[in-house]
Design a protein around this ligand. Structure first.
Ligand code: IPM
Ligand code: MN
Length: 370
């Protein structure tokens, strides 16, 4: 039986609650022999700061690099608003992405038919939606230098962030998008702001050249990032794969989440470069939603994005596509049955807790497995 070593980083806020539901799913998979999962857990974000005064320890980063996959909950919360900038909860997440060079962030936005009415958009706009946002994750303005606040001679301050991309960074994320498109709707929409940004101009040229050279069988279109934001809420089904930079990808994927009914629905996968010997990629799976401190600890969180992220780990890192299908089917069936956490419930509808939703999904997985 295949055996895997997973690192669980539940983090802060609702992270631990939604991770608990994944742990139950892992236990069940272990007990029925789907595979053998060994798990280790560590702290990240504010939880790590409270224990170690850093947002993640070197040891945890090392474990993440050695794991077959990392499952990440969420980080952040108002209680850490005044910690030193370098030790803020988000820094732990950014360090993991950067140190493990997980440059490709896959954010699928799928609108389950049963949830079409939970979106803030008209059901016919979102029903059946299936798009994939490919966000560059280790470059751009998130990491570009200089990145600083300096005091000028006149006493005024100046904040600087640097948007920077090199050819190879754009090419490798472009490849991920084109490869994915070939297995889906065969269309890539590349997005930047070439009308105002040099890095956007380069992005556009590199993607255009790559397409011409290696992927001319795929349909490529370019769309300015502001226009894309507008088109996402106007007629999102025109898209298949969207590829864009770190910051635009961050924003546009939050927008896309609402097309699916709730931010609590969106899973994501972050992938590194393929090891030249084994072909394996470092990888981390996390829900797109954050730590939601306002509802933390109340059993209100929707565990679907976290459980869906685990399904992505099964598919993309562990070679367990069938198990992934099973989890995704179970989520879909449970939604069809009408069960809703608060974030996706209709007005006046009874909502179930995090635990109840998790349990229902696991029960449905068992049912599907026979
Ligand atoms: C995300 C989050 C992070 C980001 C934060 C928590 C640093 O919003 O994964 O989308 O901006 O990348
Ligand atoms: Mn975000």
């Amino acid at each position: 039986m295949a055996s895997f070593n997973l690192l669980l980083l539940p983090g802060d806020g609702i992270g631990p609650e939604v991770m608990t539901e994944v742990k139950k799913l892992l236990d069940w998979m272990n007990s029925t022999g789907v595979a053998k999962f060994e798990t280790e857990a560590d702290l990240v974000g504010g939880a790590a700061y409270d224990a170690h005064k850093v947002s993640i320890t070197d040891q945890a980063v090392k474990m993440a690099g050695e794991a077959d996959a990392v499952l990440f909950g969420a980080v952040g919360g108002p209680q850490w608003d005044s910690v030193p900038y370098d030790a803020r909860p988000e820094a732990g997440l950014l360090r993991l992405r950067k140190d493990l060079e997980m440059f490709a962030n896959l954010r699928p936005a799928i609108c389950y038919p049963a949830l079409a009415s939970a979106s803030s958009l008209k059901p016919e706009i979102v029903e059946g939606l299936d798009i994939m946002i490919v966000r560059e994750l280790t470059g751009g303005v998130y990491f570009g230098e200089p990145k600083e606040i300096v005091t000028l001679e006149n006493g005024e301050k100046r904040g600087v962030d640097t948007q920077v991309y090199t050819t190879h960074e754009i090419e490798r994320i472009g490849r991920v998008a084109f490869e994915l498109a070939r297995k889906r709707g065969n269309k890539v929409t590349s997005s930047e702001k070439r009308n105002v940004m040099r890095s956007g101009l380069l992005w556009n040229q590199v993607i255009t050249d790559l397409h011409k050279r290696e992927y001319s069988d795929v349909v490529l279109e370019h769309m300015l990032a502001d226009a894309l934001g507008m088109q996402l809420v106007r007629w999102p089904k025109q898209f298949d794969v969207i590829v864009t930079d770190n910051l635009f990808g961050d924003m546009l994927s939050d927008v896309a989440s609402m097309l699916t009914g709730s931010l609590g629905m969106l899973p994501s996968a972050s992938m590194g470069i393929a090891d030249p010997k084994t072909g394996k990629r470092k990888s981390m799976y996390e829900p797109v939603h954050g730590s939601a401190p306002d509802i933390a600890g109340k059993g209100l969180a929707n565990p679907i994005a976290m459980m869906g992220s685990f399904a992505m780990a099964l598919r993309y890192s562990l070679g367990l596509g069938e198990a992934a299908d099973m989890v995704e089917k179970a989520i879909s069936n449970v939604l069809n049955s009408g069960l809703r956490t608060k974030d996706i419930a209709a007005a006046g509808q009874n909502a179930v807790s995090t635990q109840e939703m998790g349990a229902a999904i696991i029960k449905e997985v068992q049912h599907i497995a026979g």
